[in-house]
Design a binder for this molecule. Structure first.
Ligand code: AR6
Length: 178
């Protein structure tokens, strides 16, 4: 069993769940969020809007996850998680980012899913330093896989070569054979 690393567009993956790097409103945005909403079609926005607000404008706090169907995507579910905005690393950013991965994996297990694909949450607009984020993604996914049977396939999706390399070296440093 290995954590898979794949370079490309997450919206093309026919997995049980793809994770979206959203913001607390869950009403769309740029980056991977924009790509997922475009590919899923307008029903995705309707489904997000229908999720309960915790307070005005906030449907998902940072570090948590919400599920919707994936509509026109080849995936079955979209897990919307909200990564931390990088400030200085002293505002709980590592724990919040770890929660995005861990809680998504818990939800996948609860829904009895076989496969899940993650983008590099927080590594775009939210400005998280790539190597630190890759270390957290690798730690959370490897720790999960070593102690759980499901989801059987966990894929870290890199949109560019630098992210691909960062994942490979983070996983190797944690003992996953290359
Ligand atoms: N497939 C896979 N990865 C992608 C794709 C794609 N199609 N497109 C971009 N990435 P970002 P964040 C990578 O900015 O930093 C949105 O406006 C990208 O190269 O999408 O968590 C939300 O609404 C980067 O490595 O998410 C929020 O407001 C990674 O996905 C905010 O941005 C994440 O970059 C969230 O910022």
């Amino acid at each position: 069993m290995k954590i898979e690393v794949w370079q490309g567009d997450i919206t093309t993956l026919a997995v049980d769940a793809i994770v979206n790097a959203a913001n607390e409103s869950l009403l769309g945005g740029g980056g991977v969020d924009g790509a997922i909403h475009r590919a899923a079609g307008p029903q995705l926005l309707d489904a997000c809007r229908a999720l309960p607000e915790i307070r005005p404008g906030m449907r998902c706090p940072t570090g948590e996850v919400r599920e919707t169907p994936a509509f026109d995507l080849p995936a079955k579910h979209v897990f919307h998680t909200v990564g931390p905005v990088w400030q200085d690393g002293l505002r709980d950013e590592p724990a919040l980012l770890a929660n995005c991965y861990w809680k998504s994996l818990q939800l996948a297990e609860k829904l009895d899913l076989e496969s899940i694909a993650f983008p590099a949450v927080s590594c775009g607009v939210f400005g998280y330093p790539l190597h630190q984020a890759a270390h957290i993604a690798a730690t959370e996914t490897l720790t999960w896989q070593r102690s759980h049977h499901q989801p059987r396939r966990i894929i870290l999706v890199a949109y560019n070569a630098a992210t691909y390399k960062a994942y490979q070296s983070a996983l190797a440093a944690l003992g996953q054979p290359v």
